[in-house]
Design a protein around this ligand. Structure first.
Ligand code: PLP
Length: 370
């Protein structure tokens, strides 16, 4: 395949070049620099075609080859079994909150594990479509499997990493025998392997860790497709996307193209075997620095549920917030304030973040005095 010859691994010079600022944005998040450089290089003339990729019809070989390469790349990276379909939709995470119940409810109840803002929002949206309940609600922690009592569940839904609250499951939660488990992995997609024997559907809005906003990846077991509720729009039908190879209408070609480059970059960096090690290393640097000064910093998440990609914290004295942010910005740190709904601070550490970023932030945490 032509796209396979394209190398996005990091050159020695690029590795040495450190960014001038440290971008800790929670989303849209940082993308790998070699990927952005490749996009820049190819933007005006896509691989000798004489036009930009964003000017190409999605019915051309070039675009079909991107979707095929991306699909094959993800299947390889995440060891996705053949009985799972991989396809791409638009409308972001919030549209998927509706597509999940629209495709899976079939007259039963959606069972939700509510662990933070995103799973709560998914539940609210599902209630617009049909019957859905929180079977468990936790704050600052993930639930114990035994806490859950299951109604007549069509599926069990959870958010693998709560981006706002910094709460991450360390292993998939339990679902009753025969009930598919559905995971929102928007913010920790491609940061570790996925246990397919435990999941029916995994999806991710891509703009946290994967590609610019406008693309959602859905990986669904084939036997779960085809159950769209009758009164739903046809563009909600997962089966349509699987059948039409993600092109029931004009797809977001630019996002698919960058996603393909990111998937290749992930592979060149050692794949989902190497990336979890780095994610743990990055986040541990921050948690250690925060834990060392409980007189200055507050963290509210149980240790077992601490996210490896979003590290939220607060200052013991909230009156110091503006000073803290100004001091951080002088060090070159950007976009490290907390989500509007919780306030405080949040440092996001996606795959593209070099270890040096959290290392410097940890130093800053140790040195800072009100
Ligand atoms: C950002 C995010 C969403 C929402 O994505 P949008 O594309 O903005 O609708 C959903 N779930 C998680 C875990 C997220 O981080």
């Amino acid at each position: 395949m032509e796209t396979d010859t394209f190398d996005v691994s990091v050159s020695a010079e690029e590795k040495e070049e450190m960014p001038k600022i440290w971008n800790f944005s929670a989303g849209p998040g940082m993308l790998p620099r070699p990927v952005l450089e490749a996009v820049q290089r190819e933007f005006l003339d896509y691989r000798g075609l004489g036009a930009s990729i964003v000017e190409m019809s999605h019915r051309t070989h070039a675009v079909e080859a991107i979707v095929e390469s991306l699909t094959d790349g993800l299947r390889g990276l995440l060891a996705i079994p053949e009985d799972f379909e991989i396809f791409f939709t638009q409308g972001g995470g919030r549209t998927q909150f509706a597509m999940v119940p629209a495709n899976l409810l079939r007259g039963k109840t959606g069972a939700y594990l509510v662990t933070g803002l995103w799973s709560a929002a998914a539940l609210e949206e599902a209630r617009r479509i049909g019957r859905a309940e929180a079977v468990v609600r936790t704050e600052g922690d993930v639930p114990d499997a035994t806490e859950c009592d299951w109604p007549d569940a069509a599926y069990v839904y959870y958010c693998d990493n709560e981006t706002v609250h910094g709460i991450e499951f360390s292993a998939p939660p339990m679902a009753p025998e025969g009930v598919p488990l559905v995971a929102d992995m928007s913010s920790n997609f491609l940061t570790r392997p996925i246990d397919w024997s435990r999941h029916g559907v995994v999806w991710a809005a891509a703009q946290k860790n994967f590609t610019p906003a406008g693309l959602t990846v859905v990986i669904a077991r084939r036997d779960l497709l085809g159950g769209l509720l009758a009164h739903m729009p046809s563009m909600f039908d997962w089966a349509l996307y699987a059948r039409e190879k993600s092109m029931p209408n004009t797809p977001p070609v630019f996002q698919l193209y960058i996603a393909d480059l990111v998937a290749k970059w992930v592979r060149s960096e050692g794949g989902v075997e190497e990336l979890p090690r780095r994610a743990l290393e990055r986040s541990s640097l921050l948690y250690e620095a925060l834990d060392a000064r409980p007189d200055l910093y507050v963290t509210n998440v149980a240790r077992r549920a601490r996210s490896r990609v979003n590290v939220p914290f607060a200052l013991r004295n909230p009156d110091d917030l503006a000073d803290f942010i100004a001091a951080g910005e002088r060090e070159g740190f950007r976009q490290f304030t907390g989500h509007a709904s919780v306030g405080g601070l949040r440092v996001s550490l996606y795959n593209a973040m070099p270890l040096e970023g959290p290392r410097r932030f940890a130093e800053f945490l140790r040195a800072w005095r009100p």
